[in-house]
Design a protein around this ligand. Structure first.
Ligand code: ADP
Ligand code: ZN
Length: 815
C-alpha cells in the first residue's frame, strides 16, 4: 500500500486541506489489499465520512466503494483519480459497525472491501443510486387509555363507521396504518380524517417498510408474567455492564424468549437505544419472531432471507434512520446498520448456521461480541445446549452464567427411552452422513491408509465406525425402520388426539445405492460423495453440488444388475408410515418440501392447527418449535452423523437429540421421547437421555484435550483445492512447510501445523481437496501468521496455478 493512514476522523471540516483536494482511502471488493487512494473534490467533502459509500473509477469501470480513512498522507506524490460521487448524505456504515467490520477483515483474513460490502443490502452495494428517500405512509394513532363502551356509544351515536375505525385502531394496540383501516373496513379515507378532525386520533407520516411476512406472523401471543426464575435472570441480565457477555443456559421450554423480550424492553427504555436479535434461521423460527413482533410491533425490522431486494432495502433504511430500532434476523443481521446498540441477543447460540460458509467466513456469534465491545452493548447468548466454546468461557468466568434449570410452570422434561433396533434400520451399513443442508454423505468405502492420515488430522477421537453388525434379518421393511415401542407410542399418542414429531436427519429416499456383487457405490461424478436416491421426482442427486442423474439398476463397474438401495431417508419413512399406519396424517419437512417462499410457514401452521398428526423431518424440525400438543418425539436413527470424521460429530449429535427431545411435552401434558440407536452407551446419547448437558460437556471437553481440539485450542483450517490432485497435494505440502518455517523462525510458542492431509470429502465439484490445520498459539499469533501467509504465500500460489486456497478460521466443521 502506498499510503499511511492517519487515525480516521469523523469530521468533514478537517478534510479541507490548503489548496489541494484531500485524499481518501477507499475499500473496494477486490483482492486482499483492497484499499485504494483517491482524491476528494471539495464539492463532495461535505458528505464524505468514514463509512460513506463512494463511486470511484477503477480501470475502465465505475465501482462502489466505502471510505475507510480521510486525510491520508501518501508516501509517494502522484496524480490521484477523483472520487466521482458520494451518493448518500449520511455514511451507510455507522462508526461502531465500521470498526467491527475492520476487525472482521483482519481476523478472518478477508478483504476489507468484501467485509464492508457484506454489510450493505445488494441494491446499495452494486448501484450508484443514492439510498432512495424513504417512502412514507399515513398511520393513525389513538393516545391515552381505551374508551369505555359508554363513552363510545355517546361519541359515535351518529357515526357508526367512525366507531368501527376507532375500535379497530384500539384493537391493534392504538396504532394502525390508514391504508389497513380503509382496506379492512371498506370505508373511505374521509372517515379516518373525520376522526382526526374531531381530535380523537392523530395521523402521522412514517417510513413505510414493505414486509410480506409481517401479517403472517402477526398472531399476538398472550403476554405472561415472568416466573421467579425468569425474573431473576432478567434482573441479572439488565444489570450487566456494557460490553459484558452472559450465557443464558435454559433447558428447552424454560421460557428463554420471554427473558429476551423483557431484557429488551428494559434496556431500550431510552429512545435512542437499539438492539439486535440473531436467530439461526428465520423460516425455522417463526414463533420466536412473531413473539418479538407481538411485543415490539413496528419497532422491529425482520431481516428475512426470503425478502426481495427492495423489501430488504426498506428494512435496512428503516434501521439506518432509526425508525425501527430492533433488527431480528439470521447471521447477517449482526451487520444491521443501527447506532447505539444496547443489547445483542444470540438465540440458540450453538447453531452452526451462525458461521458463514464462504468468504468472509465469519462467525456471527463471535462478531456479535466484537460489535458489542465497540457499541458498549451487552450480549446474551441463549441455548439449552451451549457450544462448548461458550460453555467453557462461562466456566472460566469470562461470561456470566445464568441458568434456567426448569421448565416454565412446573412442566417436566420428557422421559427418554432408548430402543436398540437390533436387526432394524439398515443404517449400520450406511455411510457416515449428514446435516442435510450443510454436509453430505461421504462415500462409503473401505478405509485406506490415506484415510487414516486424514482421520487423524481431523478427528480427535478417530471414531472408526463399528463394523456393521450382520443383524438377524427382519423381513418387514416397516419394522426395520420403526421399532415396536415407537409404533405403539405413535398409535397411542395420535389416539389421544396428541401429536408427534419424528426425526430422521437424512433427506431423500435412501442414502445411497450399492452394487451387491462388487460393492461399488454410485457416486457423484464431480464429488467424492455418494448419490442419494429421491423418489419424487425420481432421480439420483448429489447433496453437495446439486448434480442429478437418472436412476441406475446396473452396476457401472461390474455390469451386474444388482444395484441395491442402502440407508434410509425421510421419503422412505414417509412411505412406510403411509402404508403401515394409513390413518396417521403425516407431513414431511425437509429441504425438498420447503423450496417455496411460504413452505415452512405453511407446514408449521398445519401442525399448529392440528391438521397433522405427525411432523416428520430432518434437523429442521428440531429447532425452537413450541407446539403444546406435541407429546411424542421419535428419533428414527440417532447414529446418523455420529461417525463423521469431524471433531464436532458428538457435540452435534447431542445437540440435535437434546433439542428435538425438547419439543415434547412443553405444556401441561407429559412428553415422551424414543431414541432408536445402536450406540446407547455413547456420552452423546446417554447424556441426552438424562438431559444432562453439564455431564456431556465434561466428557466431551475431556476428549478435546488430547489431541487438543477447540475449545482447548484455536484452529484454522487451510484448504487447498484444484482439478489436478498431485498439484493440490504438493501445494498443501508447500503451504504447511512455509507455515512451519515462519513459526520456527519467529519462535512463535505453542502454534503447530498439522498435516497436510486429504480432506474427509476428497473431492467436491471436480476439485480435489487437501488441508492443513494451524493449531494453538494465541489468537494474535494466529492472526499475524495468517496475515503474513495471505500477503506472502498466496500471491505466489493459487493465482498462477488455478488452485484455490481457503482460510477458515475457527471452523465449525472439518469435512
Ligand atoms: P425455550 O425457548 O426456553 O425453549 P420458550 O421461550 O419457547 O422456551 O417458552 C416455552 C413456553 O412457555 C412457551 O409456550 C411460552 O409461551 C411459555 N412461557 C414462557 N414464559 C412463561 C411464563 N412466565 N408464564 C407462562 N408461560 C410461559
Ligand atoms: Zn456432486
Amino acid at each position: 500500500m502506498s499510503t499511511t493512514r492517519r487515525p480516521p476522523t469523523l469530521s468533514a471540516e478537517s478534510t479541507t486541506g490548503a489548496g489541494r483536494s484531500p485524499l481518501v482511502q477507499v475499500a473496494l471488493p477486490v483482492g486482499l489489499d483492497s484499499e485504494l487512494t483517491y482524491s476528494l473534490p471539495p464539492a463532495l467533502a461535505e458528505r464524505a465520512r468514514v463509512g460513506s459509500r463512494v463511486v470511484v473509477p477503477l480501470g475502465s469501470r465505475r465501482e462502489i466503494g466505502i471510505i475507510t480513512a480521510l486525510d491520508v498522507v501518501p508516501e509517494v506524490e502522484r496524480k490521484w483519480k477523483d472520487v466521482l460521487n458520494v451518493p448518500d448524505s449520511a455514511p451507510a456504515i455507522p462508526p461502531a459497525l465500521f470498526d467491527s467490520l475492520r476487525w472482521m477483515s483482519e481476523y478472518y483474513v478477508a478483504p476489507l472491501g468484501l467485509c464492508l460490502r457484506s454489510a450493505l443490502p445488494a441494491s446499495l452495494a452494486s448501484a450508484a443510486t443514492p439510498v432512495p428517500s424513504p417512502k412514507t405512509e399515513a398511520v393513525a394513532h389513538v393516545d391515552g387509555d381505551p374508551m369505555s363502551l359508554m363513552q363510545r356509544d355517546t361519541l359515535f351515536r351518529r357515526s357508526p363507521r367512525q366507531r368501527d375505525v376507532y375500535g379497530l385502531i384500539e384493537e391493534l394496540g392504538g396504532r394502525a396504518s390508514v391504508r389497513h383501516l380503509v382496506d379492512q373496513l371498506n370505508v373511505s379515507v374521509g372517515v379516518v380524517h373525520a376522526l382526526r378532525d374531531r381530535g380523537l386520533i392523530r395521523i402521522e407520516q412514517v417510513v413505510r417498510v414493505r414486509d410480506p411476512f409481517a401479517s403472517r406472523d402477526a398472531a399476538v401471543t398472550e403476554r405472561h408474567k415472568p416466573t421467579p426464575a425468569q425474573a431473576g435472570a432478567i434482573e441479572q441480565l439488565v444489570g450487566l455492564a456494557p460490553g459484558k457477555v452472559a450465557l443464558l443456559h435454559g433447558v428447552t421450554g424454560s421460557g428463554k424468549t420471554l427473558v429476551y423480550l423483557e431484557v429488551l424492553r428494559r434496556l431500550m427504555d431510552e429512545p435512542r437505544n437499539t438492539a439486535i436479535v440473531l436467530v439461526p434461521e428465520i423460516a425455522l423460527t417463526p414463533q420466536t419472531v412473531s413473539r418479538f413482533r407481538a411485543v415490539f410491533g413496528d419497532q422491529v425490522a425482520v431481516l428475512h432471507s426470503a425478502l426481495s431486494d427492495g423489501e430488504r432495502l426498506d428494512a435496512w433504511r428503516a434501521l439506518r434512520s432509526g425508525d425501527r430500532r430492533i433488527a431480528v434476523g439470521a447471521r447477517s443481521a449482526v451487520f444491521a446498520p443501527l447506532q447505539h446498540v444496547r443489547v445483542i441477543i444470540v438465540d440458540e447460540e450453538h447453531e452452526g448456521s451462525y458461521k458463514q460458509g464462504e468468504n468472509p467466513r465469519y462467525h456471527a456469534r463471535d462478531l456479535a461480541m466484537v460489535r458489542a465491545q465497540h457499541e458498549g452493548a451487552v450480549v446474551v447468548l441463549g441455548s439449552a445446549t451451549p457450544s462448548l466454546e461458550s460453555w467453557s468461557h462461562a466456566q472460566e468466568g469470562r461470561y456470566e452464567l445464568i441458568a434456567l434449570p426448569d421448565r416454565v410452570g412446573g412442566g417436566v422434561l420428557p422421559t427418554v427411552q432408548v430402543v436398540d433396533p437390533s436387526g432394524g434400520f439398515p443404517s449400520a451399513a450406511s455411510p457416515p452422513p449428514v446435516g442435510e443442508d450443510t454436509h453430505a454423505t461421504s462415500r462409503p468405502r473401505q478405509p485406506t491408509a490415506t484415510d487414516d492420515v486424514a482421520a487423524r488430522a481431523t478427528d480427535p477421537h478417530a471414531r472408526v465406525p463399528a463394523p456393521p453388525q450382520r443383524p438377524t434379518t427382519i423381513r418387514d421393511p416397516f419394522r426395520r425402520v420403526v421399532s415396536e415401542p415407537l409404533e405403539l407410542a405413535l398409535r397411542d399418542t395420535v389416539g389421544r388426539g396428541e401429536q408427534a414429531i419424528l426425526l430422521l436427519n437424512r433427506r431423500g429416499y435412501s442414502a445411497f445405492l450399492q452394487c451387491s456383487s462388487c460393492s461399488e457405490v454410485v457416486a457423484c461424478p464431480d464429488c467424492s460423495i455418494s448419490l442419494t436416491w429421491h423418489r419424487t421426482p425420481e432421480r439420483l442427486a448429489c447433496h453437495y453440488c446439486g448434480h442429478t442423474e437418472p436412476l441406475v439398476t446396473t452396476c457401472r463397474k461390474c455390469q451386474e444388475p444388482n444395484v441395491r438401495q442402502r440407508g434410509l431417508g425421510t421419503q422412505q419413512v414417509e412411505r412406510l408410515l403411509s402404508e403401515k399406519l394409513p390413518h396417521l396424517r403425516v407431513v414431511r419437512m425437509d429441504v425438498d418440501t420447503t423450496t417455496g417462499k411460504w413452505a415452512h410457514a405453511e407446514i408449521l401452521a398445519r401442525v399448529e392447527q392440528k391438521e397433522v398428526d405427525v411432523l416428520l423431518g430432518t434437523q429442521m424440525i428440531a429447532k425452537g418449535l413450541d407446539f403444546p400438543n406435541v407429546t411424542l418425539v421419535g428419533v428414527i436413527d440417532a447414529d446418523i452423523g455420529m461417525n463423521l470424521p469431524d471433531f464436532r460429530a458428538a457435540e452435534r449429535t447431542f445437540q440435535l437429540l437434546a433439542q428435538v427431545a425438547g419439543r415434547a411435552g412443553r405444556s401441561t401434558k407429559a412428553g415422551h421421547v424414543i431414541i432408536q440407536t445402536r450406540m446407547a452407551s455413547h456420552h452423546a446419547i446417554n447424556c441426552a437421555l438424562t438431559h444432562d448437558y453439564a455431564a456431556f460437556a465434561e466428557q466431551e471437553l475431556a476428549h478435546r484435550q488430547s489431541p487438543p481440539y477447540p475449545p482447548t485450542v484455536r484452529l484454522t483450517n487451510i484448504i487447498v483445492s484444484g482439478s489436478d490432485e498431485p498439484t493440490v497435494a504438493e501445494e498443501a505440502k508447500r503451504a504447511a512447510e512455509w507455515c512451519t518455517r515462519v513459526i520456527t523462525r519467529r519462535g512463535i510458542p505453542d502454534l503447530t501445523v498439522i498435516g497436510p492431509a486429504k480432506c474427509a470429502i476428497e473431492r467436491i465439484k471436480q476439485r480435489w481437496r487437501w488441508h492443513l490445520l494451524l493449531r494453538g498459539g494465541t489468537p494474535a499469533a494466529q492472526s499475524a501468521l495468517l496475515q503474513y501467509f495471505a500477503r506472502r504465500f498466496l500471491p505466489t500460489s493459487h493465482q498462477r496455478k488455478g488452485l484455490r486456497i481457503v482460510i477458515d478460521r475457527d471452523p465449525v466443521s472439518l469435512l
